[in-house]
Each structure stands twice: as structure tokens, then as C-alpha cells.
Design a protein around this ligand. Structure first.
Ligand SMILES: *Cc1c(COP(=O)(O)O)cnc(C)c1O
Length: 329
């Protein structure tokens, strides 16, 4: 594909399930693409991107991966996992205080043997911290390879270009819904679905500092020149929905918890409170608003993230709501 090789470590394509209980209740044909079931490090969308990053890292002779993320970074967890599998060192850097308890993903990063670096968000540019950490390891003889936030650059997006090829095999038409964070997933799918009759909507899960369509256009142009794509797009071609931020990045929200209960109790599938729960809450609202029509085929991309349920602020909110169904005899 575009001459970009990868190190294949996943069983692809990922499964697709028909959600019969929800389809019947919601009056749509609802499918779920299980990118949460990718097999390393508890799974998730970042692994498809990492197949391409790890290839590039090894080509460049790297012995260590360094990446950055928020406290609730699934990408950090999966980078730590893929580093372990490839016998590489790993450091995950986060601009966060230590609130007295590690997030679930950070604990898992440590279990995978990665070094977790927490730096207070005091205005220090994150790349300064990355450089400091890289220098320390390079002075010990490591060769460091940096992967940006969420793995979302022109290399990472290749993983979702590839997912788009699977979707085109699996569905002739339909409406694909994905959570959108650092945008690599959306952009890879967008480029890959460009020539298909599958429509793609990205549900933004956090505010962007700049205009998101401008950001998407710039990202598209980077990908376009790296991959030598032969089509142009305008900002109008992106379908990015900013209406479902639910308070911002990783903020606990009642609507999102309700959406998580709905999916769990209808289909026995667990979503996460930072990304997929929001995307599913958005889907429910879009159906209610008539933006998704009865009978439509909808393909919900499950991008993973379930350790987020166990992170202190979310866990507490869930437990407060659910304790009334616990009987202590
Ligand atoms: C990172 C992530 C996303 C968003 O993917 P991006 O490529 O960053 O937009 C969605 N869901 C989960 C569970 C994630 O970890």
C-alpha cells in the first residue's frame, strides 16, 4: 500500500458483529467493528498505527520507543505493550501531576515494563521533556524513536487506511461512526473510504485549540504529500461532529455512563468513558434527532479503551450510581 511496509503483528481483519438487540430497538441495522479485540496489551485502535510505527522505528535502528499522552492514554499503554513484545525499551511521558493514584493505563504501562514520566503541566513544552528523557537514554546507549500523541501522523494514519480497506470489503454502503481524538483514526479512514459509498462521521471527544476543520485540512495535506494521494478535498468534505464533547477530554459524564450501560446491557459489549462511550452516546442522540434515519446501516467502530473505566474519577462516578443495585446481606 503506497509502498509503506509494516510489521504485521495483529490478526486482521478484526471481527464485525451485528448488534441484533440494539438494531431491533433503535430501528437501524447496527454493526460493530471490533478494533477493541486486537490482541496485544488489552487491545485498541492504536495497535493498527503501531504496526507501521514499529516498522519505521526498527528500520531506523531504534532500541526504544518514546511517546506522550494524557493521564488516560490508551496509546501509551499499547506503545508499552508493543515495545515489550518487540524487546524494546519504552518511556511514556505525560504532562500531569501524580494525583496520589496512577491511572489504570499508567499502571498497565508499568506492568509492561515501560518508564512512566509525569511532568507537572506548568507551561514547559512537552517536547522539552521528551528531549530530556531521550538524551538520558541515548547517553546510556539506547536509540530512541519518538511517536507523537496518539500515534497520529502520516505513518500512524496508514493503520486506518488499511482498516478502511477491510470496511469496504465488509460493507457495500453504510454510515461509519468513530470517536475522534488525535485524529489519526479518522484521517486514515477518511482517505481510505474516499472512493467508497461508506459515509464517515468523526465524533470529537475533546475540544481543539484551533479550528478543527483547518487542523484536518493540514493533516490531510501532510498525508497527501507523504502518500502521494491523487485527490483533493475541501474542509466541507470532512464530517466531524463537535456537538458531543460532554464536558471535555476524559471528564465523567452521566450521558456517557448511560450509553455505556445501554451497550453493556443490550449487547454485552463494554465501551469506555473517554472515547467510545461518547461516540455511542452521540449515535443514540443522532438517531433521536433524526440525523440517522430508520433502516440505515450504521457501522460503529469500537476503538477500545476499557481500562478507562477503572481510572479513579470514572470508577468513583460509576460506583456511586451502581451501588444501589448491590445488596449487602
Ligand atoms: C485514541 C483513541 C481514540 C481516538 O483515536 P485517534 O486516532 O486519536 O483520533 C478512540 N478510542 C480510543 C479507545 C482511543 O484510545
Amino acid at each position: 500500500m503506497f509502498g509503506y511496509p509494516k510489521q504485521a503483528c495483529l490478526h486482521l481483519p478484526t471481527p464485525v458483529n451485528y448488534l441484533s438487540n440494539l438494531s431491533e430497538r433503535l430501528g437501524i441495522e447496527l454493526y460493530i467493528k471490533r478494533d477493541d479485540l486486537t490482541e496485544f496489551g488489552l487491545g485498541g485502535n492504536k495497535l493498527r498505527k503501531l504496526e507501521y510505527h514499529i516498522y519505521d522505528a526498527k528500520e531506523k535502528g531504534a532500541t526504544m520507543l518514546i511517546t506522550v499522552g494524557g493521564a488516560q492514554t490508551n496509546h501509551g499503554r499499547l506503545t508499552a505493550a508493543i515495545a515489550a513484545k518487540n524487546r524494546m525499551k519504552c518511556a511514556v511521558i505525560s504532562m500531569d501531576d501524580y494525583p496520589g493514584e496512577l491511572s489504570s493505563n499508567m499502571l498497565l504501562e508499568r506492568i509492561f515494563g515501560a518508564h512512566v514520566v509525569l511532568h507537572k503541566a506548568d507551561g514547559t513544552p512537552i517536547m522539552d521533556v521528551v528531549e530530556r528523557v531521550a538524551e538520558k537514554y541515548e547517553s546510556q546507549g539506547e536509540r530512541c524513536y519518538f511517536i507523537p500523541m496518539g500515534g497520529s501522523n502520516e505513518i500512524g494514519a496508514l493503520g486506518y487506511y488499511e482498516c478502511a480497506q477491510e470496511l469496504k470489503h465488509e460493507f457495500k454502503s453504510g454510515h461509519v461512526i468513530t470517536a475522534l481524538g488525535s485524529m489519526g483514526t479518522y484521517m486514515g479512514l477518511f482517505c481510505g473510504l474516499h472512493d467508497s459509498s461508506l459515509h464517515l462521521t468523526g465524533i470529537q471527544i475533546m475540544p481543539y485549540e484551533e479550528d478543527i476543520l483547518k487542523y484536518a485540512s493540514n493533516y490531510f495535506n501532510t498525508v497527501k504529500s507523504a502518500w502521494k494521494l491523487d485527490f483533493n478535498v475541501t474542509a466541507d468534505d470532512f464530517d466531524i461532529n463537535e456537538d458531543y464533547l460532554y464536558g471535555g477530554y476524559n471528564v465523567p459524564s452521566k450521558e456517557v455512563r448511560d450509553a455505556i450501560y445501554d451497550m453493556a446491557r443490550s449487547e454485552a459489549i463494554i465501551l469506555d468513558p473517554c472515547y467510545t462511550g461518547k461516540a455511542y452516546a452521540a449515535l443514540l442522540d443522532m438517531i433521536e434527532q433524526g440525523k440517522i434515519k430508520k433502516g440505515e446501516t450504521v457501522i460503529f467502530l469500537h476503538t477500545g479503551g476499557f481500562p478507562g473505566l477503572y481510572t479513579p474519577n470514572h470508577r468513583k462516578a460509576f460506583e456511586e450510581e451502581l451501588i444501589d443495585g448491590v445488596t449487602i446481606l
